[in-house]
Design a protein around this ligand. Structure first.
Ligand code: PRP
Length: 180
């Protein structure tokens, strides 16, 4: 387990303001497109962000989920990503916006973009609530970014440590034990 309570990095109010801003931008950018807009949430981490973001996008859109996971990951990112659960919706001819809670090394998003691009969407863009530029190992295009954060282990608002803390209303830092 981690020691103590997470230290607040991004407050619930700051998250809410940013989500509203992102939603308004996305709605503006997609308002005149004729093809359908599909938001693709990456499970598990994006479920809270996507729920809030979707309600801040006042134009017609559909929501779907895909589940990805890295092999053998606890607090260490690896570059082996596997598909745990595929989309229910088709992607061909739609404007697809991938919604992530966090982009760290970039391997998960790189894998997903290759997968979705092969399905011939009308367009393919990305939105992440937080990103850690210092940790990037592969170059991935980030079209909508909420916050750039330092290289700390973060939890809350969907983000976990060993599947705990996802329902914290804020994003906080924890100190993982040294042995991990
Ligand atoms: C997290 C997050 C991203 C990924 C980013 O998912 O939701 O999908 O890591 O890391 P990367 O940029 O280094 O690939 P995780 O694999 O922890 O699973 P979870 O969403 O189920 O918690």
């Amino acid at each position: 387990m981690v020691q103590g309570q997470p230290q607040v990095l991004i407050s619930a109010d700051a998250i809410a303001a940013k989500v509203a801003e992102l939603g308004a931008r996305i709605a503006r950018d997609y308002a005149t497109r004729r093809e359908p807009l599909l938001l693709v949430g990456v499970l598990k981490g994006s479920f809270i962000f996507l729920a809030d973001l979707a309600r801040q996008i006042p134009i017609p859109h559909a929501v779907d989920f895909i589940a990805l996971s890295s092999y053998g990951k606890t607090t260490t990112r690896t570059d082996e990503v596997r598909l745990m659960m595929d989309l229910r919706e088709t992607v061909a001819g739609k404007h697809v916006l991938v919604v992530e809670d966090i982009v760290d090394t970039g391997h998960t998003l790189a894998y997903l973009l290759r997968l979705l691009d092969a399905r011939q969407p009308a367009s393919l863009k990305t939105c992440t609530l937080v990103e850690k530029p210092a940790r990037r190992e592969v170059d991935v295009p980030l079209d909508y970014v909420g916050f750039e954060i330092p290289d700390k282990w973060v939890v809350g608002y969907g983000l976990d440590y060993a599947d705990q803390y996802r329902t914290l209303p804020y994003i906080g830092c924890v100190e993982p034990p040294r042995s991990e």
